[in-house]
Design a protein around this ligand. Structure first.
Ligand code: GLU
Length: 425
């Protein structure tokens, strides 16, 4: 348990902020003299709560809760996505912002960590209402975002169109064409090739490297994927191309299983028709809880936080867990996976491909010179492989999990910057 407690956070033992705090506590013994600064990581630098009122299509007015949290900016401007989900809370956004600080430092991007969100079910809004909500939210958080301050991007339920509205709103308010204020934009607005699939690609690249190191052959390996959005689907396609069998997929529309492997080329075109994988005819339906019992070699939780519980960690047959989602594994479940000899590639490195290509996009916007998709993918591969190697060496040296090693590498970078900058005033 962490010593520090913040008056504005309710204590949820399995909540994401508590999960993050216990991950930080585990790294303290490896921080040496920098441990003196660790309290910095246990509270966000700045948290903004905004009211987002919009006129609905029927003339009524609705209010939504919006957040933007800047967890740490010692190494550079804030960076991290914006999530639209009915369960968004300040506590969740704080944890997601903190994980962005760790992630950005783990891959050595010149960014701090930030995250935003609106507590809303976007499926209940028309496209015009979604646009009005996005624009009002952007305007409200406009006082703390900017190309050199804090750069939002897509996350759960947000996409390039939403980034285009954010870029336009910020640009209108500042009298500029500020392409660098958000990443994950459409290509015509300064977006980067390869960005949409980058997070899934990073999951594949780190998974490929981890599999190689534990002698797990991807050819014929059985893969189970939870969450089939931008991250899970892109990762599954790459694993299938490498010869793996996608034996189970779960999303909000249901769970499908096929031990011979789900045909990706058949599945992908049906996703828009059914709103997810649930209606696919080329696999059997299963109960959602049965997903965790499907025989697999690689498990990819790519949905939301807290999915890998103690109970599920005891049951999984996977040898390798690749965290496509942010915060999918509870700390107690993490210990069980480690005791069972199951290797976890943690979120803070595994899903860092998205923000890495966001960084490429931001650099391209400033230089107004754009790279080919091959260049993007090659650079992404190189950065992810290099970062994972550094983390692996740290884990070997101290005999610690990859998660604690990633935190060790990242926290050392953040707290060194913090110390060198010194306390103001
Ligand atoms: N939302 C993504 C994440 O959790 C990407 C953030 C970004 O590109 O800034 O890493």
């Amino acid at each position: 348990m962490s010593e520090s407690s913040l008056s504005y956070v309710t204590h949820h033992a399995d909540g994401p902020w508590q999960t993050y705090l216990s991950q930080v506590d585990r790294v303290v013994p490896y921080l040496g003299h920098l441990a003196r600064w660790v309290e910095t990581l246990k509270r966000p630098k700045r948290a903004l709560i905004v009211d987002v009122p919009i006129e609905l299509d029927d003339g009524r007015v609705a209010h939504f809760e919006g957040f933007r949290v800047q967890h740490n900016m010692s190494r550079g401007p804030g960076k991290g996505g914006v999530r639209y989900h009915p369960n968004v809370t300040l506590e969740e956004v704080m944890a997601l912002a903190a994980w962005m600080s760790i992630k950005n430092a783990a891959v050595n991007l010149p960014y701090g960590g930030a995250k935003g969100g609106i507590r809303v079910d976007p499926k209940l809004l028309s496209i015009k209402e979604l646009e009005r909500m996005t624009r009002r939210y952007t305007s409200e958080i406009g006082i703390i975002i900017g190309p050199h301050q804090d750069i939002p991007a897509p996350d759960v339920n947000t996409n390039p169109q939403i980034m285009a509205w954010m870029m336009d709103t910020y640009s209108m308010n500042t009298g500029t064409t500020a392409t660098g204020v958000v990443t994950g934009k459409p290509i015509h607005l300064g977006g980067s090739l390869g960005r949409v699939k980058a997070t899934g690609r990073g999951v594949f690249v780190t998974g490929r490297e981890a599999a190689r190191r534990i002698n797990l052959d991807l050819d014929g390996a059985r893969v189970a994927v939870q969450g089939f959005g931008n991250v899970g689907a892109a990762a599954a396609e790459l694993f299938a191309q490498a010869g793996a069998k996608i034996v189970a997929i779960q999303d909000h529309t249901g769970t499908i299983v096929n031990e011979r492997g789900i045909d990706m080329a058949e599945l992908m075109p049906t996703l828009t028709q059914y709103g997810g994988v649930g209606g696919f005819k080329g696999a059997d339906k299963a109960d959602d809880e049965a997903f965790w019992d499907v025989k697999c070699d690689i498990l990819i939780p790519a949905a939301l936080e807290g999915q890998v519980t103690v109970e599920r960690a005891k049951r999984t047959t996977a040898k390798l867990v690749l965290e496509g989602a942010n915060g999918p594994t509870l700390p107690a479940a993490d210990d069980i996976l480690a005791d069972r000899g199951i290797l976890v590639v943690p979120d803070v490195i595994c899903n860092a491909g998205g923000v890495t290509v966001s960084y490429f996009e931001w650099v391209q916007d400033f230089s107004s010179f754009f790279w080919t998709e091959d260049e993007i993918n090659l650079r992404l591969d190189k950065i992810m492989v290099g970062a994972l190697k550094r983390i692996w060496d740290t884990a070997d040296k101290h005999q610690i999990t990859l998660r604690t090693a990633t935190f060790a590498v990242a926290c050392e970078r953040i707290l060194t910057a913090r110390e060198e900058r010194g306390l103001y005033p």
